[in-house]
Write a protein that binds this ligand. Sequence first.
Ligand code: FAD
Length: 391
Amino acid sequence: MKEYDFIIIGAGAAGLMIADGMGKDPAFKDKSILLLDKEDKTTNDRTWCFWEKGQGTFDTIIHKQWDDIYFAGKNHRKTYSIAPYSYKMIRGIDFYTNFLERIASYPNVTFRQEVVNNILDEQNIGVKVITDKTTYVAKQVFDSQFNFKKIADRPKYPILQQHFIGWFIRTKEPVFDPSKATFMDFSVEQKGNTRFMYVLPFSKNYALFEYTLFSASLLPKEEYEVAIKEYMDTHFKDVEFEIVEKERGSIPMTCFDFTELNSGNVYHIGTAGGWSKPSTGYTFRNTAIKSEALIQHLKENKPLHSFQKRNRFWFYDVLLLNILYRNNALGRSIFESLFAKRKPQLIFKFLDEETRWYEDVYIMMAPNPVPFVKSLIRHVYWILIGKKKRW
Ligand SMILES: Cc1cc2nc3c(=O)[nH]c(=O)nc-3n(C[C@H](O)[C@H](O)[C@H](O)COP(=O)(O)OP(=O)(O)OC[C@H]3O[C@@H](n4cnc5c(N)ncnc54)[C@H](O)[C@@H]3O)c2cc1C
């Protein structure tokens, strides 16, 4: 059985960032690292967007970036300049190719395409990772396989999902404005949920349209697609178009404590480690920040159980998700009040968990406070009576 210091399961966003971070850091030069994925990572299976101030570490592979975003609620509609932030997009395939090329140049990191069938944490002996080809042993495993059922089986907190289907649309005529991204367009029918369209125009005749919900249950595939067709009919009537590519996704939105899934030598990373922001589903930039912090944590020989800590933003997410779980239709008015009354720069800062406490208060005073106060009272009451399910 071949032995490694670290085995990373999954060469997705988190696995690749951690493998690259270890590979280029001299502190890990004597450590052997194996990266496993069931895929060869040569498919463009997703696009990642995130906001960032100024220049960033992924700039060489950015496919497109926007300095203006558009938000539309029921009554409030506005295009915002988001400087000093920009909204950046990376194509999955560019990220995989770039990171796998770099990883191939590190002598101590090996990438293998194998399916992991089982992981056995044998505590003092190490972890056995059983694949479709062989069995490996590692001192420490980082696992990015996300299994929705595992969190759904332990529902202490409500579980919503950011779920969507996206169409990459090419039109004959130049009809799009590539200078601004539609961040959230709530003009679509809400049907008792939080539903919006997300539009990323790459050029005047090529754009990604994503029909997105923040809700508990997925829709039948046709419902997302009919909504995209209707949106095209409303906003680009009689414009001829072809669907070039499609993507779909579902990202967990929950305050579930993902560290419960870890064992002594198996630590979950990425979405599987709870690195998706519960209130938005945004994961990519957080994964970059967390991966760097995790590597630093390992270098300082700190135990992994002390890596992730809850902060006050986690609690704000608890309150919001409870509201959206109980009354999913409130999402539009909450986001609309935020964008109508506060600058997007402050909203981004808050979502990046970088605001000071008085800025938090200012942000939270934008929407109608009643649902938030009720959510807070309910939460405190459930703690006092020792209720196991906080929803
Ligand atoms: C279509 C889509 C679009 C998204 N867009 C955004 C966005 O715009 N912004 C944002 O912040 N977040 C976005 N996300 C959310 C999040 O950033 C991504 O899901 C991100 O890829 C999560 O990284 P990860 O490493 O946790 O998981 P993944 O990138 O999914 O990586 C997990 C890896 O594990 C491998 N794997 C799974 N099971 C096995 C097994 N048994 N054996 C071996 N390998 C296995 C998979 O093949 C995969 O490569 C999006 C998600 C999707 C699905």
